[in-house]
Design a protein around this ligand. Structure first.
Ligand code: NAD
Length: 520
């Protein structure tokens, strides 16, 4: 479709205001396409490596005062940002939908997550990071404390699929722990990021403290990695591996949130119709363009016929469209590249013998990148969608004989991000969760139970990444632990051979007593 006409519920003036917040000085721009229409949404100013260095230098200066301002100040700012995000939800939803092609409901998931994360870290950061006494090896003689020092400048690199939620999940804990941020936005998500960042700036985050740059992945991404004291990357396993290697070369720490091929197990005691409705949301949310969405379903033979019928019916009943309100259940893919990838996976599977139970084709009548939610059976190892991430609205259903086979099939993947278990017994679900090689397991939910649990860590095993966001784990990424241990002066530790001779008996006895008391 020709990309000539501009279409947006957001005015040109508002777009100009938002993109003015980018650090981008060289005057070049990149066209961003609106997925619902295929027309040009706006021309995004793009940054160069020099812009990243300038932004990093300014952010480092701003970080000094932000760190010194202390937890109480940062807490007040983040709580105000929480309120502003909610006050501005309508505009955020409009921008998110227009830039990503997702539905209103799935856009709201992002705003909900962003506000939850802002509140969570505002309230919890001080307690997690406060200086605490630790056990000393020799009680009374030595006192030991651990404090936390912010790492300084955090580089955040984000993809296009959940631009607000994924930014906030890294940026807010970085700020809450006293750091500055230089963020590389994907061009496609930049407006959403800038609009949500504005809520934080208006709440009191200094502009230079959270800089946003956009542009070429390799040039700008490399510059962000090189400038930062710690890197948070969210994106594909291929790019994340490169980012990890580059960071490692300078001993810079990194958390890598990468791809998945997430399984959902439907056990013999699940209620088929209810499981089908919940599973359909887990598969087709944001058109499957979600790291934790489900691409493989393993259903027990005893309920397979009923479940598969209900799941296919539910899939066919989903309302697809581009309305900027809550009247649709699924939206559009985000780009031509996504449409090409999804079509290729489905065509390849069908050509090699898979059966299409629902969907299976593009819907140009709805918009240029629309593709129907698609259910496949008979997907086998030679097909591209068997083991590779489709990152689209396509699921393969496989019938299994009992839970052992389901667990083995679920674990048979190079990825280990998210999994789901549908069962009539939550205790059984928890038992199976322990056997799954993934960073999060949802029982009788697809991904939202764990994704929205802001107090609990989120991340991947195997090729799905390393490190965790959310919870205390998500905060501790951004600080260096510093141990301060002091001699109390009650007695000196031995220094000479003579002093050692006198002390060894006492020290040996102390070790035995501490063990007898089971003291740590
Ligand atoms: P991508 O890896 O192509 O791009 C991600 C970001 O990295 C973009 O901003 C891109 O411009 C930038 N980039 C590209 N090359 C770079 C380089 N050499 N150095 C540094 N940065 C570079 O991923 P994508 O297609 O935008 O996103 C989809 C992928 O992200 C999927 O695989 C999905 O599963 C994954 N993802 C994972 C999570 C998670 O939390 N685990 C969340 C969302 C998406």
């Amino acid at each position: 479709m020709p990309a000539t006409m501009r279409t947006a519920p957001i005015s040109d003036a508002r777009i100009a205001e938002l993109v003015a917040d980018l650090t981008a000085t060289n005057g070049t721009t990149a066209e961003v396409i609106a997925p619902f229409t295929g027309t040009v949404l706006h021309s995004l100013p793009v940054s160069n490596a020099g812009d990243v260095q300038d932004a990093a230098a300014a952010a480092r200066v701003a970080q000094q005062a932000w760190r010194a301002a202390g937890f109480a100040h940062r807490r007040a700012v983040l709580l105000t940002a929480h309120d502003l995000l909610l006050e501005r939800a309508k505009e955020l939803l409009d921008i998110l939908q227009t830039e990503s092609g997702k539905t209103r409901g799935q856009a709201f998931e992002e705003v909900f997550e962003a506000a939850s994360v802002a509140r969570y870290y505002a309230v919890s950061a001080r307690n997690v990071l406060k200086t605490r006494r630790r056990r000393a090896s020799i009680p009374v003689v030595i006192q030991t404390r651990v404090s936390h020092k912010p790492k300084g400048l955090i580089g955040v690199i984000t993809p296009w699929n959940y631009p607000i939620a994924l930014s906030i999940m890294d940026v807010v804990p970085a700020l809450a722990s006293g750091n500055a941020v230089v963020q590389k936005a994907d061009n496609q998500g930049a407006l959403s990021i800038l609009a949500s960042r504005r809520a934080f700036i208006d709440a009191g985050v200094p502009e230079a403290l959270w800089a946003v740059v956009a542009g070429d992945g390799t040039e700008i991404g490399n510059a962000v990695v090189d400038a930062a004291d710690y890197v948070c990357f969210t994106g594909s396993t291929a790019t994340g591996t490169k980012v990890g290697e580059r960071a490692a070369a300078t001993l810079t720490g990194a958390s890598l949130e990468l791809g998945g091929k997430n399984p959902l197990i439907v056990l013999d005691d699940a209620k088929p119709a209810e499981a089908a409705a919940n599973a359909a949301y887990a598969v087709f949310s944001s058109m499957g363009q979600l790291c934790v969405s489900i691409e493989r379903i393993y259903v027990d033979r005893t309920i397979a016929t009923e479940f598969i019928r209900a799941f296919a019916e539910r899939t066919r009943s989903l309302r697809q469209g581009s309305a900027l309100n809550f009247s649709t259940d699924v939206g559009s893919l985000t780009s031509a590249a996504q449409l090409e990838r999804v079509s290729r996976h489905v065509d390849d599977a069908v050509a090699k013998g898979a059966t299409v139970l629902a969907g299976g084709r593009a819907r140009p009548d709805l918009g240029p990148y629309f593709f129907e939610p698609t259910v496949l059976t008979g997907v086998t190892p030679g097909m591209e969608c068997f083991a590779h991430e489709t990152f689209g609205p396509v699921v393969a259903i496989t019938v299994v004989e009992g839970e052992a086979e389901a667990i083995a099939a679920a674990n048979d993947s190079e990825f280990g991000l998210n999994a789901s278990v549908f069962t009539g017994s939550r205790a059984r679900g928890r038992r199976i969760a322990d056997l799954l090689d993934v960073g999060s397991v949802n029982i009788n939910e697809g991904y939202r139970a764990s994704f929205s649990s802001t107090d609990a860590p989120m991340g991947g095993m195997k090729h799905s990444g390393m490190g965790r966001r959310n919870g205390a784990e998500g905060l501790l990424r951004f600080v260096e632990a510093r141990t301060v241990a002091e001699s109390t002066g009650i007695m000196n530790l031995p220094r000479t051979g003579e002093e050692w001779e006198k002390m060894t008996g006492l020290m040996t006895a102390a070790l035995k007593v501490l063990k007898a008391l089971r003291r740590r």
